[in-house]
Design a protein around this ligand. Structure first.
Ligand code: ADP
Ligand code: ZN
Length: 607
């Protein structure tokens, strides 16, 4: 049912309701009292009545004291007329109201009819939504946005080159599925894009569709979560049915965490509807054949709360991280959006990029737009640097609560912290080399140092573990050396947590303590993960032993802490140089780190 007819129906019902009330009110005529026929006759005989009005069998009469009454003639009384006339009463009357019968039937039935009508309407709705054979794809409330002619291409997405590279193979799959099928390869079904809002996840998914020239189906995870159980699941069915019809295509689900939360987790408190929707999605994902050219792309910024069933092989097993753009990325994004704006000659995207750390792609697009509006307000012919400055201030003020946008000081602080990690990582023995370090915020971390390899740890030597502990404290020590002990921040919490867990495991699980010997001092031996933070061994450990464990852990950590401190103090010049490089480029890679460690001028090349 369209919106207009729905609104019309609403007003009609309202109107009828009022008519009903007014008629009913008039009929019961509140200022006259209903009395028995006997009372009427006795009043008549006592000569108390002044006026009588007859309407069929209904009589209304007025007594001489002006009070009004109504009554009803129970049997045919042929003496009544003479009786009335003999008392000299003003007599009036009308023909019995024939139409009134219809009206009164209508009135008495109206509420019932209304109820039945409403009931039918809802039944139809539910049928539409739940019914397996629902023909009414467009009629059901599902807001699916289909775009057959996507014009977005990879050229429009900048600042996330790694993500772009990872999804570019999807384009080939969609273009020539046969090529991959021939060799028996399985085309991926689902890709999960992870990243903060506004970093271009939707845009990237669209660009894949645009490059492969396929249709783009989009909808949001929150569309699925409905009041009626079963509606979400039926929508999932609808979408996949539609997708099969128009394949090859891309189905893009924004905010998948709205449906895909861990089942039975405390978040939703066992939300039946969401669970059914999620189950339906899993069933559909298992059922469709990606070789037909349907690829599911979902976006989220909370991958940690997703149900693990969604991430299993054959479902969203590909994960693409779309992170906030670094300096070079921001410059390129600005260039993309500046194409549609007349620029003054003084505008330099590089300078603007430098002044906007922590801005997402959407923020930058907004910045260009605001600047253009600002220039238009002042009747300028082109957008100048000053307009950009004004717009930037406006955006930063407006988003004060957002922790993502960093000040220069924060940037510098983070640069020193991360450099500390990198330098120690390079100087201690057996440590994995840092291959990239960035001060672009990611998740809740202000900066990240990436060490290779990041996974596949099966067994580690004691020396390597100690090196890891040293490196973990590198960040905190750098803060301390540069800013003094009073300025050390809480930003090292995670580092400390990991280091402490490592030390505890070294002492209690891996037998690296001379005093305690190679014994297991923990209960849950199945917990073999190196970085597990759970420790549940206190039950079988005496107080004395527990004290020794603490001492041994502390000694281990202190030893490595002081090693780090010495190393960093001896290489303060590198620390400063690396900070400068990070302030300049925001992200530096292993080649540039090599240069810095060798005290050479840093290579600047286009990555
Ligand atoms: P997300 O889906 O990650 O929340 P969107 O893809 O909806 O973000 O981005 C919103 C808008 O911001 C896009 O339409 C685009 O104009 C701009 N934008 C975001 N990221 C980029 C980028 N990497 N390159 C160019 N423009 C971007
Ligand atoms: Zn750190």
């Amino acid at each position: 049912m369209s919106d207009i007819s729905k609104r019309l129906l609403f007003w009609l019902v309202l109107l009828m309701f009022f008519v009903f009330i007014i008629i009913g009110w008039n009929l019961c005529n509140p200022d006259s009292r209903h009395v028995s026929y006997t009372y009427f006759l006795s009043s008549l005989n006592k000569n108390q009545i002044k006026k009588v009005h007859i309407n069929g069998n209904d009589i209304s009469f007025v007594k001489k004291n002006h009070s009004k009454y109504t009554t009803y003639i129970p049997i045919y009384d042929n003496k009544l007329l003479n009786n009335l006339l003999s008392h000299h009463i003003t007599l009036s009357g009308i023909e019995p109201r024939k139409t009134n019968i219809m009206l009164s039937i209508f009135i008495s039935w109206f509420p019932t009819l209304l109820l039945i009508g409403v009931w039918f309407y809802f039944m139809k709705q539910v049928k539409n939504n739940v019914g397996r054979g629902s023909r009414s794809f467009g009629k059901s409330k599902t807001r699916i946005f289909t775009d057959d002619k996507v014009t977005v291409t990879f050229k429009d997405v900048e600042g996330c080159d790694e993500a772009k590279e990872e999804v570019s193979e999807l384009v080939e799959y969609l273009k020539e599925p046969e090529k991959f099928q021939k060799l028996g390869g399985k085309i991926p079904k689902g890709v999960l894009m992870i990243g903060p809002p506004g970093t271009g996840k939707t845009l990237l998914a669209k660009a894949v569709a645009g490059e492969a020239k396929v249709s783009f189906l989009t909808l949001s995870g929150s569309d699925f979560v409905e009041m009626f159980v079963g509606v979400g699941a039926s929508r999932v069915r609808d979408i996949f049915k539609h997708a099969r019809k128009i394949a090859p295509c891309i189905i893009f689900i924004d905010e998948i965490d709205a449906v895909g939360r861990q089942r039975g987790s405390m978040f939703g408190g066992g939300h039946d509807e969401r669970e059914q929707t999620l189950n339906q999605m899993l069933v559909e994902m298992d059922g469709f054949d990606s070789n037909k050219g349907i690829i599911l792309i979902a976006a989220t910024n909370r991958p940690d709360i997703l149900d693990s069933a969604l991430l299993r092989p054959g479902r969203f097993d590909r994960q693409v991280v779309v992170s906030l753009p670094d300096l070079r990325g921001r410059e390129k994004i600005l260039q993309v959006h500046m194409k549609n704006v007349p620029l003054a000659s003084d505008v330099d995207p590089r300078i603007i990029a430098r002044g906007t750390p922590g801005f997402s792609g959407a923020d930058l697009s907004n910045l260009v737009n605001e600047s253009a509006l600002c220039a238009a307000r002042l009747n300028h012919k082109s957008v100048s640097m000053l307009d950009f400055e004004t717009a930037k201030d406006k955006i930063i003020m407006g988003s004060e609560r957002r922790s993502m946008i960093m000040t220069e000081q924060q940037k510098e602080f983070t640069a020193y912290h991360e450099s500390g990690h990198v330098i120690i990582g390079r100087l201690v023995p057996e440590h994995d080399p840092a291959h990239k370090v960035t001060i672009v915020p990611r998740g809740r971390a202000l900066g990240v140092t990436f060490f290779l390899p990041e996974s596949d740890i099966i067994s580690i030597s004691r020396e390597k573990l100690e090196s890891q502990i040293s490196t973990l404290y590198g960040g905190r020590i750098a803060e301390e050396l540069i800013y003094g002990i009073n300025k050390v921040s809480t930003g090292s919490m995670n580092d400390i947590q990991v280091a402490t867990t490592l030390a505890r495991n070294m002492v209690t699980k891996w037998g690296f303590s001379e005093k305690l010997g190679p014994l297991l001092y923990t209960e849950n031996s199945d917990d073999s993960s190196f970085f597990s933070t759970t420790f549940n061994g206190s039950k079988y450990i005496s107080d004395d032993t527990s004290r020794i464990i603490d001492q041994e852990m502390k000694a281990l950590i202190e030893k490595n802490y002081h090693r780090s401190k010495k190393l960093l103090r001896d290489n303060l010049d590198i620390l400063h140089a690396m900070k400068d490089a990070l302030m300049e480029y925001e992200t530096i890679d292993s080649v540039q780190i090599d240069d810095l460690m060798n005290r050479k001028t840093i290579r600047n090349y286009t990555r």
